[in-house]
Design a binder for this molecule. Structure first.
Ligand code: BES
Ligand code: ZN
Ligand code: ZN
Length: 490
């Protein structure tokens, strides 16, 4: 879908050319584009203010049928994310117009004060991600994604970045895969079905796949995960994906929360948060997609993905508040609240993964707590890790990809808050404050010596409303983040 091209705009017949424009600085060096920007600004009503748009039909100076100018606001606030968003919005506009192809003018790196690679990568990401339409359940397909998006650059930059378009498509293809899984309604992704969907994609891309059944989980004594699964008539599963990178180091293990629907269980949820709970497997979706991207990129690093899949439901078989279970590690947990189910499936998945794979690094992604959304809002994930270098590397990857992460604490003295009168630990803290922190501390009690980080994506994993380069629903958050982290390390 993505192409980097240099075209002669005076000759090339195109239906729609999109040009991002700053209000206080000329950022295009290409003479035809620069002249078009002058024309647009000369009209007076378009100033290049943020999100402003104007269309000129058959303007003199080129042979485009229409040129759409999109305001970026002030140059000092121009960054890769502003370009990613502008590209996403432009694609969505083009889709609305019903056109199958678009041309998008890339600004000049010197004028925009952004590295060339960062400009091109961001604009291609925005265009590719903005081109995703989830209409599987609509009889009438109202909108059709673009077949092609051309990023217009000088010939030399097209030559310098020959592999970039394919790379961006592979990584962002993972983001779309995760979005598709998250957007599926829970009736079409009970654990075993979702496991099969993931397994099929994973096998097709050369990953080794294992799916543990409920019997396997019983044999392995994963009492915490089984307690969450108990109330549902849909059986649980654990998907294990392996990418053999060829290196001899201990693997990186990624673990993703896969609750295909979180009703809360006996501590049932109320209000309008319930429909969003089909997205409670966003961490699992991101991990599965990241493994598939790693395989497609032939990443050198040995990588393992572990995705515990369960449905948290209410029935006569449901686990009760106050029940005590024995986890994979042998530690007992009092289930003070059945809605704190994510941590229960994660501790068994992580303890099992650490015991079996002896990872060098283990990272879990989970839509774990509403408290994390209260703390950081809907667009920033919380990163918890004792290892500050690992935490900083994840935050840095978040900055580069704009899948933003913020460092959060793991204060040892707060473990007091998870004391149980009857079992080794309670999954419910005895305070309503600091819920994201106490959840992370609960997880930490089940991690051994591996360098471990926990990323709470309850906010950024799922958005009700659409945005510049994402539709409503699953965002695919975590795939670009993990891939950036994995590929930027030495
Ligand atoms: N899946 C939820 C967390 C969540 C909330 C995700 C909002 C996305 C948006 C999780 O299983 C949950 O219910 N957590 C409880 C924990 C509490 C009972 C200790 C919460 O956050 O209220
Ligand atoms: Zn819950
Ligand atoms: Zn949950």
């Amino acid at each position: 879908m993505l192409h980097l091209t240099s075209v002669d705009l005076k000759r090339q017949k195109i239906k729609a050319l999109f040009i991002p424009v700053c209000e206080d600085k000329r950022i295009h060096a290409e003479p035809v584009v620069a002249a078009l920007v002058d024309q647009a600004l000369a009209i007076g009503e378009f100033k290049g203010k943020k999100d402003q748009e104007i269309t000129l039909y058959r303007p003199p100076g080129c042979v485009a049928e229409r040129v759409v100018f999109r305001g970026l606001g002030k140059a000092e606030s121009l960054d890769a994310e502003a370009l990613r968003r502008a590209a996403g919005r432009s694609v969505k506009r083009c889709i609305q117009l019903g056109l199958p192809r678009m041309w998008l003018a890339a600004p000049d790196p010197a004028a925009a004060s952004i590295e060339e690679t960062d400009i091109l990568r961001a604009m291609m990401e925005g265009a590719f991600l903005g081109n995703h339409v989830f209409d599987r359940y609509k009889q009438e397909k109202e909108t059709k994604p673009l077949a092609r998006a051309y990023l217009v650059v000088p010939a030399a930059s097209a030559a310098r970045h020959r592999r970039l378009a394919a790379d961006v498509q592979t990584v962002c293809g993972g983001t779309l895969m995760a979005r598709e899984w998250v957007n599926l309604p829970s009736n079409d992704k009970p654990p075993l079905e979702l496991a099969a969907l993931i397994a099929r994609e994973a096998k097709a891309h050369g990953l080794a796949v294992e799916v543990l059944s409920e019997k396997d989980l019983q044999r392995k004594k994963m009492g915490a995960m089984l307690a969450v699964a108990a109330g549902s008539s849909n059986r649980p599963a654990m998907v294990i994906l392996r990418h053999k990178g060829g290196d001899r180091r201990p693997p990186v293990v990624l673990v993703g929360k896969g609750v295909t629907f979180d009703s809360g269980g006996i501590n049932i949820k109320t209000g309008d948060s319930l429909p969003d709970m089909k997205g409670d497997m966003a961490g699992g979706a991101a991990v599965a997609a990241a493994l598939i991207v790693a395989a497609r990129l032939k990443l050198k690093r040995h990588l393992i993905g572990v995705i515990p899949l369960v449905e948290n439901m209410v029935s006569g078989r449901s686990t009760r508040p106050g029940d005590i279970v024995t986890t994979f590690t042998g530690k007992t947990v009092e289930i003070g609240n059945t809605d704190a189910e994510g941590r229960l499936i994660l501790i068994d998945a992580m303890a099992y993964a650490e015991w079996r794979f002896k990872p060098e690094v283990m990272i879990d992604l989970a839509t774990l707590t509403g408290a994390c959304v209260v703390a950081l809002g809907e667009r920033i994930a919380g990163v918890f890790a004792k290892d500050e270098a690992l935490q900083a590397a994840i935050v840095a990857a978040g900055r580069r990809t704009h899948e933003r992460c913020w460092p959060m604490p793991l204060p040892g003295d707060y473990k007091e808050l998870l004391k149980s009168s009857y079992a080794d630990i309670n999954n419910m803290p005895n305070t309503r404050y600091g819920g994201a922190v106490t959840a992370a501390l609960f997880l930490s009690e089940f991690v051994g010596t591996a360098r471990w980080a926990h990323i709470d994506i309850a906010g950024p994993g799922f958005h009700k409303k659409e945005d510049a380069y994402c539709g409503p629903g699953g965002t695919g958050f975590g795939v670009r983040l993990l891939m950036d982290w994995l590929t930027s390390r030495t």
